[in-house]
Design a protein around this ligand. Structure first.
Ligand code: AMP
Length: 176
């Protein structure tokens, strides 16, 4: 149980207009991280209903996703698995590309990062268009992960990112 409410997290998230480019309303989560109570509460909410030992690994996405996924992994006594931008991981990788507004992006995971059948959660900071999460899920599926759920701190509902990750249970703490 979290003693912090989703509303308190929402009130701490800073909206920065026109970053990193005109028209984008950037959701800055650093005030949540800087507040010990809110940071712990965010991790409690992201891991709600999972007991320590019930999850084998938590996947986090470069870079803000690492912060939440790694903390959630410690809390659930699970391993942590990074999904990184292509070219950053040192060992043999599998890769997945996805479309951006202009061009494409590619993310990678180590080939041995997840054992087939492992119970895995994907934890990320924010669901926008869903492209990044869909790519991470494709990599997890390729390694035979048993994906329990995807948890986001923030969801921008109007971008309908959920439509890119059909069939995967998804929960968000703060929804705009
Ligand atoms: P997407 O692939 O469109 O779902 O977005 C992937 C990532 O981009 C998210 O996990 C965020 O880290 C970042 N992102 C996208 N839109 C925003 C936003 N409005 N504010 C903060 N981060 C964002």
């Amino acid at each position: 149980m979290s003693t912090v409410t989703a509303l308190e997290i929402e009130q701490a998230i800073r909206n920065v207009p026109d970053f990193p480019k005109p028209g984008i309303q950037f959701k800055d989560i650093t005030p949540v991280l800087a507040d010990a109570r809110l940071f712990a509460g965010a991790i409690d909410l992201l891991t709600e209903n999972y007991a320590p030992g019930s999850v084998d690994a938590i996947v986090g996405i470069d870079a803000r996703g690492f912060i939440f996924a790694a903390a959630a992994a410690l809390k659930l006594k699970a391993g942590f698995v990074p999904v990184r931008k292509v070219g950053k991981l040192p060992f043999k990788t599998i890769e997945q590309s996805y479309d951006l507004e202009y061009g494409t992006n590619t993310v990678a995971m180590h080939v041995d990062a997840i054992k087939p059948g492992a119970r895995v959660l994907l934890v990320d900071d924010l669901l926008a268009t869903g492209g990044t999460s869909a790519a991470a899920i494709a990599l997890m599926n390729q390694l035979g992960a048993h994906i329990l759920e995807v948890r986001f701190l923030i969801e921008l509902k109007f971008l309908d990112g959920r439509s890119k990750i059909p069939g995967v249970p998804t929960r968000s703490i703060v929804v705009y």
